[in-house]
Design a protein around this ligand. Structure first.
Ligand SMILES: [Zn+2]
Length: 388
């Protein structure tokens, strides 16, 4: 490397490293999907710094997050009679966290509340209910969740409801499904969400549900934590025609950071690692009769090796870049899925690494205006158009 080139490189990296932090701090940073409430439900106090997982109130602050939508989620096994109550319990848990750290974070349910929190330099905490099964087929429960501050409803999680089919079911069960897309009740759910000022979230939904919801909604939609299918063909990611349709609707797609949704080779690399350690994998399977317990102990034993299999930060930013180039920088945002996934790209170990995205976007020549849009202004626009 010649000397002049080295000095230029050093100068650029110093300029970028100070600039990106300044810009990241000044911008409104919005993350539309964080699963950390699951850890709180197990008894962890998230109002203080924790050593496990990807986030807590202290680390959200350090990562420059200004607006955080917390996922309220339960699996399909909760079912009618239990899922709605579980959602209420999780919302109560978020209230408890906010009460304990009320100098740093405040619960907000209206767009005005969010702006007030920003002025007070506190994190605005919002509620996203992940999975239509949590309304238990009832518009009354839907109204109740909205009254308790629900800011978005993800129409389905991996499981379908009686009124909407999921990406998992549409791709795996296909024509054997009794119906595909939204039923008449499902369309009424979308209309009701519009009326209540709750964002319609289309992550996890099947393609038919996606198109049906877009045909019904009168408001811009949110895709809270999905990435780009053309780069990584996962059923959880959006195809080009879907990305164009969200842009036409003036909605926003928030990129999911999960290694498996970012990098189409991630799962292959993980299975190669497991093959290389087949002796250890077999012995752990023999020691644990329960499939999931065995998988958990295999994964934790191989965790240091999985770290090397992770995609680069650059590949994560490729997803943002792809949407910006396809439809413009007005329709892409951040939906990390922190604390909901077992693997994140390199240089994105937890929420405190978030400014690295700003650095990467600056290095790629994005303007400050576009970076501010991507970091949060686009989601703010969609929130303003929906929320009361
Ligand atoms: Zn999810």
């Amino acid at each position: 490397m010649n000397r002049l080139f080295f000095i230029t490189l050093l100068f650029c990296s110093i300029v970028f490293s100070s600039d990106h932090k300044k810009l990241h701090t000044a911008a409104i940073v919005v993350d539309t999907h964080n699963d950390v409430l699951l850890r709180a439900m197990k008894g962890e106090d998230l109002s203080v710094r924790t050593t496990e997982g990807h986030s807590d109130v202290v680390r959200l602050n350090e990562g420059g997050v200004d607006v955080q939508i917390f996922s309220v989620w339960c699996g399909s096994e909760f079912g009618n009679g239990r899922a709605f109550n579980r959602a209420i319990e999780m919302i109560d848990t978020l209230h408890a966290i906010v009460r304990r750290a009320n100098d740093k974070i405040v619960l907000t349910s209206t767009y005005m509340d969010v702006n007030r929190a920003l002025k007070q330099k506190k994190i605005a905490a919002l509620i996203g209910v992940e999975g239509g099964h949590m309304i238990e087929d009832s518009l009354f429960y839907l109204d109740s969740l909205a009254k308790r501050g629900m800011n978005y409803l993800t129409l389905t999680w991996n499981n379908s409801t009686t009124w909407a089919t999921s990406a998992a079911d549409e791709t795996e069960k296909g024509d054997s499904l009794a119906f595909k897309g939204l039923t008449e009740f499902g369309k009424n759910v979308v209309r009701r969400l519009n009326d209540l000022g709750v964002m319609v979230d289309l992550s996890h939904t099947g393609e038919k549900t996606f198109w049906d919801a877009l045909a019904v909604t009168k408001k811009p939609v949110l895709v809270s934590h999905s990435s780009v299918y053309s780069i990584c063909p996962s059923r959880r990611n959006l195809k080009d025609d879907q990305i164009k349709a969200v842009a036409k609707n003036n909605g926003v797609i928030c990129i999911n950071f999960y290694s498996g949704f970012i990098d189409s080779n991630y799962h292959r690399r993980v299975s190669e690692i497991r093959k290389n350690y087949s002796g250890l994998v077999d012995s752990m399977k023999q020691a644990n009769a329960d499939y999931w317990k065995a998988e958990l102990s295999i994964d934790s034993a191989l965790a240091p090796h999985y770290l090397e299999a992770r995609p680069t930060l650059s590949l994560l930013v490729d997803h943002i870049d792809y949407i910006a180039k396809l439809v413009g920088a007005d329709f892409v945002g951040i939906g990390s899925d922190f604390d909901g996934v077992e693997s994140l790209p390199k240089e994105m170990d937890d929420v405190t690494f978030l400014p690295n995205i700003t650095r990467e976007l600056l290095m790629r020549g994005y303007t400050e205006k576009d970076i501010r849009k991507i970091l949060g202004s686009n989601v703010m626009r969609v929130m303003k158009a929906n929320m009361q």
